[in-house]
Design a protein. Structure first.
Length: 377
């Protein structure tokens, strides 16, 4: 995931409230989940923070600022984490000006025009296609195993990792603790309090993961929005959907490709991926398809209704998709004044939970197809 937008982007745990037509959760960023033995050795004597100077959320009295202190107490109490551990971490948090800049809305709040073809060109590009085929070849065994277990095609998993980080090339260098503290307490858009609350929740998840020994919150790095690893998982998604792909007893989404592949497959499976169903149904929509278009992350129609409205199934033996919920989407290009209407299945919408953008989900599907073609028969 992931990206080049200041409109968020949450990978794995994408929870942006932007319109699914325009939100983009890609975020060229990184997570460094360190091994448990490294974490445990660094914890000895509670000295992990000893070499770090006080951060930027400290008051003139030398204590955490009131809103940060209140959060620390609440998190420690609700999650049964020693308050001293929570305070020690938060005392090192530094204001991340880059994250604030990237999240700051335009001064004139001009709406960005949707441009599907431009978006596609940026994400379904020769580099990702070429490297995606090489990645698939290198990790075919793991991809086959995860696909068999989850029902998610290998091509989709490969495409997501490609769009998110170009197979690990762009994984981010922002300390996640700094990013989430900054956006959780100094979010630049006062009209979006739900975004600030979301980042605070992700910060609490980061503290839980640190307490559990799943990562080292003093050092773990990620995107300007806090997404981590090859698949760009937010802390909440790491907690709920990341899995151990190689059986070594830990999850390392930054350094272990097997874990990254297994976690992407598990995320999509848990968000409704249906085995052996295409992401786009083989349907010819009627000329007035615009009246059938939906919004949101859940399909709102079905085949009987679409058929009654004039949709026609294209020739083919597989009709399993006809029993699934369906939705008609519009991949609009306002710059070129074009509309690309498609019939989406639950698998398309499963991808939108990874990133709340129809453009993102469609790009994943098309990149998967291009990589498959590159692989040959």
């Amino acid at each position: 995931m992931q990206v080049a937008v200041a409109s968020l982007f949450l990978s794995g745990c994408a929870s942006s409230s932007h319109s699914p037509q325009t939100a983009d959760t890609s975020s060229t960023t990184n997570q460094t989940i360190v091994s448990n033995d490294r974490i445990n050795s660094s914890r000895s004597g509670n000295t992990r923070q000893a070499s770090l100077a006080p951060g930027d959320f400290i008051g003139s009295d030398g204590q955490l600022l009131p809103d940060i202190q209140s959060f620390a107490r609440q998190t420690a109490q609700e999650q049964n984490i020693p308050l001293s551990d929570v305070e020690a971490l938060l005392r090192t948090a530094r204001y991340n000006a880059a994250a604030v800049r990237l999240m700051t809305p335009p001064a004139n709040r001009t709406r960005i025009r949707r441009a599907w073809l431009s978006y596609r060109q940026r994400h379904v590009d020769p580099i990702r296609i070429r490297r995606g085929a090489a990645f698939w070849q290198a990790h075919r065994s793991t991809l086959d195993q995860v696909s068999a277990r989850t029902g998610v095609p290998a091509s989709i998993i490969v495409a997501i990792i490609g769009i998110e980080t170009v197979y690990g090339q762009f994984t981010g260098d922002h300390r996640v603790l700094d990013t989430l503290t900054t956006l959780g307490f100094r979010y630049p858009d006062a009209s979006r309090p739900e975004r600030q609350a979301m980042f605070r929740a992700q910060l609490a998840d980061l503290l839980i993961l640190d307490h559990q020994g799943a990562l080292d919150a003093y050092t773990v790095e990620g995107s300007f929005a806090g997404a981590m690893g090859l698949p760009q998982f937010m802390p909440g998604s790491l907690m709920r959907y990341a899995v151990d792909g190689n059986g070594d007893g830990r999850v390392d989404l930054a350094g272990n490709v097997d874990d990254a592949i297994a976690s992407v497959g598990n995320f999509l499976k848990e968000h409704g991926w249906v085995r052996d169903v295409p992401a786009f149904a083989p349907v010819r929509l009627p000329a007035d398809a615009a009246r059938l278009v939906q919004d949101g992350l859940t399909p709102t129609s079905d085949w009987p209704r679409l058929k009654a409205a004039g949709a026609q199934a294209l020739p083919g033996r597989d009709t399993h998709w006809q029993s699934q919920p369906l939705g008609v989407i519009d991949l609009q290009d306002e710059i070129r004044d074009t509309h690309d209407y498609r019939c989406a299945t639950p698998n398309f919408f499963a991808i939108t939970h990874y990133n709340r953008s129809y453009f993102y989900a469609a790009s994943v599907i098309e990149l998967a197809g291009e990589i498959t073609n590159r692989m040959g028969p």
